[in-house]
Design a protein around this ligand. Structure first.
Ligand code: ZN
Length: 140
């Protein structure tokens, strides 16, 4: 079961047919996802707002992305929610997406992935310079 499924069960109101694009069997980010949604839970318990919806959870350029929409909370709460997601994204670049071991961002066949030595496929090469590493993954 994907780490996200637990949260869909716990807070169905957060998820309205979200796009979940994390491969089955990739469990390395379970803790990361749990930590992020636990932090979200805390923010939402302090600021109820109008709504909070997770739109998409996916892997992009090797990193974890959690996209959401929310409305009706003070600026500081909105900023905190975004910070939680950014933090999860930054951490995901150092955690093997498959097994959770310390890992690096790498490239194979022009596809980015974060892998430890044991989970790296043949032909996978770590990204060595920041120039190779898309810092803001929104740009396709
Ligand atoms: Zn691994």
């Amino acid at each position: 079961m994907l780490a996200v499924d637990r949260w869909i069960k716990k807070h169905p109101e957060w998820f309205d047919r979200p796009r979940i694009e994390i491969e089955e069997g990739h469990e390395g980010w379970r803790q990361l996802i749990d930590n992020a949604f636990e932090a979200v839970e805390e923010v939402l318990s302090m600021h109820s707002g109008e709504y909070f919806r997770v739109v998409q959870v996916k892997e992009k350029f090797g990193g974890l992305r959690i996209y959401f929409r929310e409305e009706g909370r003070p600026q500081e709460a909105s900023a905190r929610l975004q910070e939680i997601m950014n933090d999860a994204e930054a951490r995901s670049r150092r955690i093997c997406e498959i097994c959770g071991a310390p890992a690096r961002l790498g490239l194979k066949d022009s596809t980015f992935s974060v892998r430890c030595g044991a989970c790296a496929p043949d032909g996978w090469k770590p990204v060595e310079t920041s120039a190779e590493c898309p810092e803001r993954p929104e740009i396709q």
